[in-house]
Design a protein around this ligand. Sequence first.
Ligand code: AKG
Length: 284
Amino acid sequence: MKLSSNAVPITFSSELFAPLRPSADLVSDPAALRERLHEDGYLYLPGLLGRQDVLRLRGAYFARFPPGYLAAGTGPEDGIFSGEAPAGLPGYGVAGHPAHSFVRGTAFARFLATPKLAGLAATLLDAPVTMLPRRILRHFHRDSGLASRAHIDLDYMDEGSPRVVTQWIPVGDCPRETGGLVYLEGSHRLGPEAYEPLRESADRPGDRRPISHDLELTARILGRRWLWADFAAGDVMVHLPRIIHASLDTTTDTMRLSADVRFVRADDTPDPRWLRPWAADDGA
Ligand SMILES: O=C(O)CCC(=O)C(=O)O
């Protein structure tokens, strides 16, 4: 299997990759779930949400695009790219683009309001919780050369409580080649000094937050494997704010769509930049 991230190839070998450990069997055991989260830095929860609910959300998003964006003979729930981005579409996630209005709309709000997500966060933070209003929708299509660089969430939200849990929700099936998320094994235990030197060669010289766009280099320098899964609609990932993660490139006609949401304890002070709805150009 040929994988890449940010257009940089990475070999799919047992030296560089290993499977994520599923924890769905622990969801009704709060103490065990918290312990697993702190041990692994993440929780992989296959089938936590209803597959049909997730696919309906996918359909509601892709139905917002002009005709011709989706492959002929396919429906919005399939989310299959025709290969032609419509002329005149505003930049991704800025005002006027479907993602911008979608994250402010009722379908997205209703979907995220499921008690399964807040309940899980409350269990993990062991307190009443608040979902931060900056809820990100990520949509990548093949050949866009876009993927998430290796990073930790805390570098993007360091003006508030570090006691945060993130939930990453694939909105549709998302196997590796569609742009699955990958986690660097045990990296929540690394101090920032371990990966500071990697930032020097990151491809965004003006931005100190990404660690690297080169996942193979990151794995080799830090001596750790990338943990992966072929995600399905209904799966949820949870992670701690210090674990290094990234995404693979989307190389399939099926588009990558996902949401990421963050929770803090209701009595903690969140980073103020996360208190307004997301826009791709909000600078946060
Ligand atoms: O979806 C992605 O590619 C990145 C998501 C992410 O970084 C997160 O959920 O914290």
